[in-house]
Design a binder for this molecule. Structure first.
Ligand code: AMP
Ligand code: MG
Length: 335
């Protein structure tokens, strides 16, 4: 059975779930990026169960979440100076760093790698829960593998009821996209997955930081095992639209109508097109990012067969992460 706990101000309601987490139970928790499916990083069986609950491929390593520096030092062999520097500026927050793993972190967590991804979330509920449990917590996104990530407790309830022991409801995630994954084990720091902290922000402190070649469009296998999988996809067919939205979508709408397919439009501002469903996703790219997964899920609930989503022109800040998720969700279909 899955127990749902709503948290507003009083963190003491988390005690029972924290104890359960420590004992090897699965607890879905809110973070500022997306909701996570938490398990004790020290409990082999619990970690294994998170892969099962999500249907996650075994070769996709998990991110370990810590509540303080002391806990970090349990998880990694040593803290490199680059990590010290970035921690000062970006933790707690949406930055995951890859370092050499400590012996106590099992290969089930890291999918056989000798490195481990670690993050300190800023969400007060996530921090309190990890601190109370006293153990580092593995937490992949709390969705069924392949479907859009979860940014609200309702999404987690829809995907994981009956598969986890607790779902903690802490409201909507502030960032709405996953963390930036930065590899600190190579010659230069490399971004393996764009996220809440941008390349520019990282370059302020570590100027050599780059995107890994696969992210720059070079035809190489991604370094991050998870980046090769189809991700975030709604049930509807998703097409991204670059440039003039109305001009590109209008003829497609005609076609869809003829074949009786229902069309949803996902745009920053409402477009004057005769589609079945419209979601005006937000004025800023931060709004777009925050609402993306929720909107993809809403389109499925509404019964859209095809979704046309605006691909922003910008590349700075959160745009890199937003476009990365959009492209993956659409399986590369761009008009
Ligand atoms: P998720 O928890 O679903 O947001 O995904 C975590 C991401 O971090 C995936 O893309 C993983 O492949 C990546 N990741 C986790 N640990 C490592 C690691 N040790 N080396 C490279 N990538 C990692
Ligand atoms: Mg995920």
């Amino acid at each position: 059975m899955t127990k749902i706990i709503k948290v507003e101000q009083d963190m003491s309601v988390l005690r029972e779930a924290a104890q359960a987490l420590r004992e090897g139970k699965l607890v879905a928790l809110p973070t500022e990026t997306v909701y996570g499916l938490g398990a004790s990083a020290f409990c082999e069986e619990a970690v294994h169960n998170t892969f099962k609950a999500k249907g996650r491929p075994q070769d996709n390593p998990l991110i370990v979440h810590v509540s303080d520096r002391e806990m970090l030092s349990l998880v990694v062999k040593q803290i490199p100076p680059e990590a010290e520097l970035l921690m000062k500026h970006f933790w707690p927050g949406p930055l995951t760093m890859i370092m050499e793993k400590a012996d106590c972190i099992s290969h089930t967590v890291t999918a056989g790698l000798d490195t481990v991804a670690v993050r300190m979330p800023s969400h007060p509920v996530a921090r309190a829960l990890i601190e109370m449990s006293g153990v580092p917590v593995t937490a992949p996104s709390a969705n069924l593998s392949g479907s859009p990530s979860t940014t609200r407790a309702e999404h987690v309830i829809a995907d994981l009821t009956g598969r986890v022991d607790y779902i903690i409801d802490g409201g909507a995630s502030e960032v709405g996209l996953e963390s930036t994954v930065l590899d600190l084990t190579g010659e230069v720091p490399q971004i393996l997955r764009p996220g809440g902290i941008s390349l520019k922000q990282l370059q302020t402190y570590l100027p050599q930081t780059t995107y890994e070649p696969a992210l720059k469009g070079e035809n190489t296998t991604p370094k991050s095992p998870g980046m090769k999988y189809r991700h975030y996809a709604p049930q509807a067919d998703l097409f991204l639209v670059e440039g003039d939205f109305v001009k590109k979508v209008e003829p497609r709408l005609e076609e869809a109508k003829k074949s009786g397919r229902r069309v949803g439009l996902l745009c920053q501002n409402r477009q004057e097109l005769a589609a079945d469903f419209h979601i005006a996703i937000g004025a800023t790219l931060e709004d777009y990012a925050r609402n993306l997964f929720d909107s993809l899920r809403k389109m499925d609930e509404l019964g859209a067969d095809i979704i046309f989503a605006q691909l922003p022109a910008e590349d700075d800040g959160i745009a890199a992460a937003l476009k990365n998720r959009l492209r993956k969700a659409a399986g590369g279909h761009v008009l």
